[in-house]
Write a protein that binds this ligand. Structure first.
Ligand code: AMP
Ligand code: MG
Length: 352
């Protein structure tokens, strides 16, 4: 238990199940899509019967199988994935898998919705900055040479083909795939006899069903400036939470922190005044994509986007001044635990 909690903490979100003696859980942790993933299931069915160990093991295997299927199609490193086949092609590819196509269509839509704060086309720029390696600060010319090949509207789906009008265009679903996968798992788990449980996929949590004691789950958000501490807890019974932050993957050069969330309009790490964002939504892919997009937008634009009602979500925005901005629908469900931060409402955030 301790190991998993520590691992989850390192991944931006942790969960305090608050389980009673009556409720037994079965947990499976595995590594996929470049992160640790945990599935925690109640071993009791909706009508209170206990579920056999063999059946629980089967459900865990199915969950892992779903993740492996998504990963095989959308991985940005696996040479056989649709993403790599697409990235290596000049005009696109045929016979794409359903997850790849669905992520592509959703991503193009989300890119438009967020006025390109979210863009699934930044692969060449992320590679140039070398966030996965030692880190490299590119020149403006190097950035500009790649930035002109990142238009999300230069890619489209036709039947089961994914096509591009720019041969240089490359995809990366890193900001949306885990939230999408979390939702697939929850949809499957809801179809089983399990009373309830959760999935936690590297900064993306999905909850389903009921708990025996009817209490909410406590989802802990990592303090962006102290990874071993919890900033505060969200009380939730269902839905999805995704977190993005400048502390998740970064390197430092000349005292400057260069983090992995890029501003798609500039091709360099977003400098929006936010250091972490959490999005709560009923849709896993939306929560994941928006946590990244709001980070890029910054507090003012993120609140204006929330107030426009164009997407159904709640958010927690953490500023570099250590203010925690809560949107209206989530304010009463969040309890701050880190004393160095101050909670303010989204209206106050707007006036700042
Ligand atoms: P997340 O942790 O969900 O915020 O996703 C961050 C990852 O998505 C990065 O490691 C990049 O692979 C990719 N990425 C970076 N910036 C963006 C962006 N503005 N829109 C979409 N994907 C991005
Ligand atoms: Mg994301």
């Amino acid at each position: 238990m301790k190991r998993v909690l520590v691992v989850l903490l390192a991944l931006s979100l942790c969960i305090l199940p608050g389980c009673t003696a009556k409720e037994a859980y079965s947990e499976n942790t595995f590594y996929a899509m470049n992160t640790f993933m945990t599935v925690r299931l109640s071993t009791v069915s909706e009508n209170g019967d206990s579920i056999s160990e063999a059946r629980i093991a089967e459900i865990h295997r199915t969950c892992e199988g779903i993740i492996r299927e998504v990963e095989a199609q959308v991985s940005v490193t696996d040479a056989d994935s649709d993403t790599v086949r697409f990235n290596d092609s000049d005009g696109g590819i045929e016979d794409c898998g359903e997850h790849f196509l669905s992520l592509l269509e959703r991503s193009v839509f989300l890119s438009r919705l967020t006025d390109r704060a979210f863009a699934p086309t930044l692969r060449p720029l992320s590679a140039l900055w070398d966030f996965g390696g030692e880190g490299y600060v590119p020149t403006d010319d190097e950035i500009d040479a790649l930035l002109c090949h990142t238009d999300p509207l230069a890619v489209y789906v036709n039947g089961n083909a994914a096509l591009k009008t720019d041969p240089e265009l490359q995809l990366d679903f890193g900001a949306v795939a885990k939230g999408y996968a979390a939702q697939l798992l929850i949809l499957y788990l809801e179809s089983t006899e399990c009373r309830g449980g959760l999935v936690s996929l590297g900064g993306n949590v999905g909850l389903f069903g009921d708990k025996a004691d009817s209490t909410a789950y406590k989802v802990g958000l990592t303090d962006p400036r102290n990874k071993d501490a919890v900033l505060g807890y969200l009380s939730l019974t269902d839905g999805f939470v995704s977190v993005s932050g400048d502390y998740e993957r970064y390197f430092e050069a000349d005292g400057i922190r260069y983090h992995h969330i890029l501003d798609p309009k500039r091709g360099s790490p977003a400098k929006s005044g936010l250091i972490s964002t959490a999005v709560i939504a009923k849709d896993g892919a939306l929560a994941d994509a928006l946590s990244t997009a709001l980070f890029v937008m910054g507090a003012e634009d993120a609140i204006a986007f929330y107030e426009s009602g164009e997407a159904d979500f709640e958010a927690i925005l953490i500023t570099e001044d250590k203010e925690v901005i809560l949107t209206e629908g989530i304010a009463e469900l969040f309890a701050l635990s880190a004393e160095t931060y101050t909670v303010i409402s989204s209206e106050e955030g707007m006036n700042d």
